[in-house]
Design a protein around this ligand. Sequence first.
Ligand code: KG4
Ligand code: ZN
Length: 337
Amino acid sequence: MLVLGIETSCDETAAALVTDSQTVLAERVLSQLDDHRPYGGVVPEIAARAHLHHVDRLIAETMAEAGCAFSDLDAIAATGGPGLIGGVIVGVMTGKAIALAAGKPFLAINHLEGHALTARLTSGLDFPYLLLLVSGGHCQLLAVEGVGRYCRLGTTIDDAAGEAFDKVAKMAGLGYPGGPALERAAAGGDPTRFALPRPMKGRPDCNFSFSGLKNAVRLLIESLPKPLSAQDAADVSAGFQAAVAEAIADRVTRAAAQFRARWPEGRHLVVSGGVAANTLLRQTLARIGEESGLALLAPPLRLCTDNAAMIAWAGIERFRLGLIDDLDFAPRPRWPL
Ligand code: KG4
Ligand code: ZN
């Protein structure tokens, strides 16, 4: 089985060809970072226009690299939401057009389902497993029971973790995108110099919150001499990163206990999303997993961040179950799993 995946829901335009034997035949991911950098964040209108400009060429390159024609495809899968609506429309309309022209089934994929099933593409992992999804737009803990069967154990009540990284990096003058810049700065910092809150720690649910921590960092930065010295920026970064890692660790520990009680056959904790690139977070999660009886599984980074292989793979998983969509599918800016 061969499926073309298309991803355009945020600031990556991506295409991929994936087979049901878990092989990525070819893929392209075009990051729009340079387009958005002058604005310090993703500008939806610019993103939508960039997707429109690049998506056809990226699909053509992907098909050519794999030596495939549209007639070879079994289905076309495009991200149907959630995401920035202009971009989602571009991907959905492109996918539908190819499906219609080639007479192939169309699959509208929930972007979060793409992230949730990636570990099965990369490692053939069996259900159930516990998933921590930490990206710029999402922060959730899910028990993944099967295709289309996701039990949400916790979610953020305000910001996503990556969003908090990006905002704090901006406040500390570290540039865009914030997560990697902040991690680099934190390497030379003292995480214990400033006392920062560990949001939600000890709460009985598994939810996240980052806006209070973000605000505490804002007040801290306001109290420091301007311009911020490199050491102050490093110490703020290290303190923030440690607070996020500890807060997430507390939430994951709680979710792992619930997961082990309800799904005792589950053996894995999977982490996905751009923030999974963070080394301190990965180390922390590996420790939490071990203490909770779950092995940490992190897909390769290029498949943790936004990409089209995960969309094609989710398409394969759904197609195998006969779950295809109509060509009148309407793009969904909001679409909880
Ligand atoms: O999954 P992703 O590529 O895009 C979506 O948001 O869907 O995640 C991007 C997010 C950004 O907020 C970025 O700052 C964060 O992941 N990020 C990091 C690191 N690398 C990327 N956060 C912390 N540490 C990192 N090393
Ligand atoms: Zn994503």
